[in-house]
Design a binder for this molecule. Structure first.
Ligand SMILES: Cc1cc2nc3c(=O)[nH]c(=O)nc-3n(C[C@H](O)[C@H](O)[C@H](O)COP(=O)(O)O)c2cc1C
Length: 184
């Protein structure tokens, strides 16, 4: 008899849906730094999912998802054991598309570890805003979260170079994620 163990899946959610987003480059950089044998990384690009703006008839916490898009998203989120949210700061907060995704299901987020990688032009105030939302969803936010300040010259092509000093911090996030997954 062979014993198969489940390799945890970390959903890395790219939370900008602007066509001209730099977020794809930031998410790819983060995926590189988060790479470990302990888990599998699954990139979830909200711009590609194009979830409808929330329109479920019932309270999401009741779990009676009726729209096919919600049911598909619930399956995707339920299949992840933890998350890293990579998103830009918009007006000191998080992008609407990310909040919409977080609101679209409920129980599937609960008790799972989550780290944030937030980037913006200035100091990162969105950290405060997202913490409340993640607490409201009963998620277990990591101690290691990352705030990245874009340079005026930063482009998708220079992300890896400009954010190099923060690479070890993202690696540390991966270490903490792995620990949290084994010590639930
Ligand atoms: C609507 C909007 C609001 C923004 N507000 C802030 C802000 O409050 N603080 C900040 O540091 N950067 C702010 N920015 C700058 C973005 O964080 C920056 O342009 C980033 O590259 C956007 O990410 P994206 O290209 O992946 O969409 C804002 C950008 C947009 C589009």
């Amino acid at each position: 008899m062979s014993i198969t163990t489940h390799k945890p899946v970390i959903g890395v959610i790219m939370g900008s849906n602007r066509t001209a987003r730099i977020g794809g480059a930031v998410a790819n950089w983060a995926l590189d730094a988060l790479q470990r044998d302990d888990y599998t990384l699954r990139l979830i690009v909200l711009a590609e999912l194009a979830l409808p703006f929330l329109d479920e008839p019932d309270i999401l916490a009741h779990g009676h998802y009726q729209n096919a898009s919600t049911q598909r998203f619930a399956t995707l989120i339920a299949g992840c054991d933890g998350f890293v949210l990579v998103f830009p700061q918009y007006n000191w907060g998080y992008p609407a598309v990310l909040k919409n995704a977080l609101d679209t299901v409920y129980a599937e987020w609960a008790d799972k570890p989550v780290g944030t990688i937030i980037y913006g032009n200035h100091d990162i105030q969105a950290d405060i805003a997202i913490r409340l939302v993640l607490a409201g969803l009963n998620m277990r936010q990591l101690a290691t979260n990352v705030g990245l300040r874009l340079r005026p010259t930063t482009t998708a092509a220079t992300v890896a170079q400009d954010f190099r000093p923060f690479y070890p911090l993202v690696e540390a996030m991966g270490t903490e994620l792995a620990l949290r997954l084994t010590h639930a």
